[in-house]
Design a protein around this ligand. Structure first.
Ligand code: CU
Ligand code: ZN
Length: 219
């Protein structure tokens, strides 16, 4: 017996062409938004500086509005007789460096030394001037003459009166001022002239009666 031979020709011929697979094409990059056109405003031209006004010429009533110069503050005070005296007088108070300069003039006064003080209350209404109160003493010191290391702020010493009854005295009250409301201010107080000499004794110099009085106030 003969078996048919099967010739199986298996031709498998594969041509495998594997196409190289290119990667998928990359997506086109997104087109970025086109930036908007810059819209900067045009810089403004700075305004031209103002032309300075022409100098104003001083007008007639300029004194009222002109700033006060560094003129010293001065207060003039008439001194009136008290305690049945014949005294007449005046005092001038001027702020100076470190205090108040006081000048006093009297006439009709007893010859010799007579005391002068700033008293605490600006009230001369009493016939004996006791309405002016005690010596002005804001720092609670003892009484003293002007050369004492500690004294009342109102202790101004003595006026030297000549035989004709006139006299004058000048002193700087160190530490005093003429500033309204200040704790060391002579404003609103009284200047008192006494019948006798201030001897520096306690409590107020043994100066006797009050023969002159003036209220220290600005006009
Ligand atoms: Cu006095
Ligand atoms: Zn005193």
């Amino acid at each position: 017996m003969t078996k048919p031979a099967y010739s199986l020709s298996l031709l498998a011929s594969f041509a495998l062409v594997v196409a190289a697979c290119g990667g998928a094409p990359e997506p086109a990059p997104a087109v970025p938004d086109v930036p908007a056109e810059p819209t900067q405003p045009a810089p403004e031209t700075p305004a031209a500086p103002a032309t300075p006004a022409p100098e104003a010429s001083p007008q007639g009533d300029g004194a009222a509005s002109a700033p006060a110069a560094a003129a010293p503050v001065t207060v003039e005070v008439p001194i009136e007789a008290r305690t049945n005296s014949k005294l007449k007088g005046s005092a001038s108070f001027t702020e100076v460096d470190g205090g108040v300069k006081v000048t006093v003039q009297v006439s009709g006064a007893p010859k010799g030394k007579i005391a002068v003080h700033v008293h605490e209350t600006g009230d001369c209404s009493a016939p004996d001037a006791k309405s002016a109160g005690a010596h002005y003493n804001p720092e609670n010191h003892q009484h003293g003459l002007p050369d004492a290391s500690a004294r009342h702020l109102g202790d101004l010493g003595n006026i030297e009166v000549k035989a004709d009854g006139t006299g004058s005295h000048e002193i700087v009250a160190k530490g005093a001022s003429l500033k309204q409301g200040a704790p060391n201010s002579f404003l609103g107080r009284a200047i008192i002239v006494h019948e006798k000499q201030d001897d520096g004794g306690q409590p107020s110099g043994n100066a006797g009666g009050r023969i002159g009085c003036g209220v220290i106030q600005s006009k």
